[in-house]
Design a protein around this ligand. Structure first.
Ligand code: HEM
Length: 487
């Protein structure tokens, strides 16, 4: 193999990369060290802002294989024919910690899937839990602030976490999952994923269905206790995934759906668009639609995993959003984050670029370049940059109204206002989950809660105990006993 010559970023050969040019052997550096300046200046810009949440993560490529045609429910091209394969990129993450925090935090895990379909990218940006702490997006920054480090000490502060939860009973269901024996997955391979929100499907007849995605680990669920997690290296889950794929031991998941008709949604007692609630599987059974396999590691962590940009607004014809208030906010938040974190042209990077043609009237912005994924076009080449125009016959892009989602009727006499949901039932599903647990699981749950809650103020403890008691009196009793043992 011929030797590769070291060059500047403009391709000019570098003759010495160990010694800067100086005025005499012991003298100061001179202004013509432009190659050193380029190296140092680029180094200064090596970091991009880390994700404000889900900063610590790891990703891999793979394939989704459809095993059941969904053509009765959706026109989405990648869900039509059994055996159809779609390339994916998946990124797993923790939520609260920074990029160098531990993979083994007691924290939900992100499970974000980018399906590179022939009609554009569909991103399912979910977690390893079917519900979330909140039902209204205005609370998201407050919630995240309460879970991050104490602003004064920069140390983890469980008392602040419980102070938030004491003031937000809608978090009880997700908090019960987080504090349970399932709160620390032993690896990314051994956990389920959930789209969590209701999304919509629509078919060729214009019928709409509400859908929840479940991604079930074929490796089985494995979790860790706090003590087991504390002994593991911070990067262990990342290493586990990379090494399993390198060994050819490809992790896989069974992809399942729950489907609800529009009439069922209208008649449902529990709001099906409330992200703090599940859809009971007894009423809405899960059924298999395919297999997800991860089989290729990234070549460069920064270029691919760090610059990966997932957005719940990346939807394709046949798959739409739902009235879930949290989802509605996420439709805006992610692309906004990408513009700040990566830049206006984040979608041109290979890991984010669609694997189908992209034609639009957006132009310019930092790093508007040649997109190899788009057949090498440069900033949409010389094509016309405004719409409408008279050049459709010369290949200028036109909308496809035949792919429009069916209109969404508003429920009854809908009024536009801030809807107070504080009186909702935040307790039944959390209580149901508690009652499903074995004695050993209840012991782990209440002990994990008491570890943090014992550090909170008496009034926060009282508010939390009232919530537990509304879910199940035995839940409150066991937490109280565990707190007493710690104080
Ligand atoms: C209103 C609610 C929410 C807001 C405003 C929000 C906002 C954000 C933002 C700004 C990011 C960083 C994006 C980036 O820099 O690329 C992010 C990442 C993420 N969020 Fe959310 N989020 C919300 C709720 C949720 C929920 C409910 C889930 C799961 C069901 C979720 C799952 C994720 C995941 C998995 C990532 C990491 C994606 C990746 O791997 O790059 N988020 N979120």
């Amino acid at each position: 193999m011929s030797k590769k010559i070291l060059t500047t970023s403009a391709g000019a050969p570098i003759v010495d990369d160990n010694n800067s040019i100086s005025a005499g052997e012991r003298g100061p550096l001179t202004f013509d060290n432009h190659q050193v300046f380029e190296k140092l200046a680029h180094f200064n810009r090596e970091r991009i802002p880390e994700r404000v949440v889900h900063a610590r993560g790891t990703g891999a490529y793979g394939t989704f294989t459809l095993s059941k045609s969904l053509k009765d429910h959706t026109i989405a091209q990648f869900l039509q024919q059994e055996g159809q394969k779609t390339a994916v990129f998946v990124r797993f993450s923790t939520v609260g910690g920074g990029q160098d925090s531990s993979d083994y935090a007691r924290d939900p895990r992100g499970f974000a899937i980018k399906f590179y379909t022939e009609q554009g990218n569909f991103d399912l940006v979910g977690n390893n839990t079917p519900v979330f702490f909140l039902s209204d997006p205005s609370k998201f920054p407050d919630f995240i602030h309460s879970q991050k480090k104490n602003p004064k000490t920069n140390l983890p502060d469980p008392a602040r976490m419980f102070e938030f939860w004491a003031n937000h009973p809608q978090s009880l269901h997700q908090m019960t999952i987080l504090m349970s024996d399932r709160g620390i997955p032993s690896s990314y391979r051994h956990m389920h994923g959930f789209g969590s929100h209701a999304l919509s499907f629509w078919n060729a007849q214009g019928e709409r269905f509400w859908v929840k995605w479940h991604i079930k680990s074929n490796q089985g669920i494995q979790c860790l206790s706090n003590a087991e997690a504390a002994k593991l290296p911070p990067h262990g889950a990342q290493q586990d995934l990379v090494e399993a794929i390198d060994r050819g031991e490809y992790p896989s998941w069974t992809v399942k759906l729950q489907i609800m008709t529009q009439t069922q949604a209208q008649d449902a007692e529990t709001n099906p668009f409330d992200l703090t609630k599940i859809w009971p599987q007894s009423d809405f059974p899960v059924f298999e639609i395919g297999q997800l396999e991860l089989n290729r590691n990234v070549e460069n962590y920064f270029a691919e995993t760090e610059q990966a940009a997932f957005a719940p607004s990346n939807l394709v014809p046949g798959i739409g959003a739902s009235p879930d208030k949290m989802l509605q906010a996420r439709l805006l938040a992610y692309q906004d984050a990408h513009r700040y974190r990566i830049g206006a042209n984040a979608s041109q990077l290979p890991v984010n670029a669609a694997k189908c043609p992209v034609h639009h009237y957006q132009r310019d912005g930092a790093m508007a370049g040649m997109c190899p994924m788009q057949g090498g076009d440069i900033n949409q080449d010389s094509s016309v940059n405004f719409y409408p125009n008279d050049r459709a016959d010369q290949g200028s892009p036109v909308p496809a109204p035949e792919l429009a989602a069916p209109p969404l009727p508003l429920l009854g006499e809908a009024w536009v206002k801030a809807h107070d949901t504080s009186a909702e039932d935040h307790y039944t599903q959390a209580g149901n989950l508690f009652r499903l647990m074995s004695d050993e699981q209840k012991q782990q749950l209440t002990s994990n809660i008491a570890d943090g809650l014992a550090q909170a103020t008496a009034s926060v403890q009282a508010d939390m105990l009232e919530q537990f008691s509304k879910a199940d009196p035995d839940y409150a009793k066991k937490v109280q006993t565990a707190i007493n043992e710690r104080t």
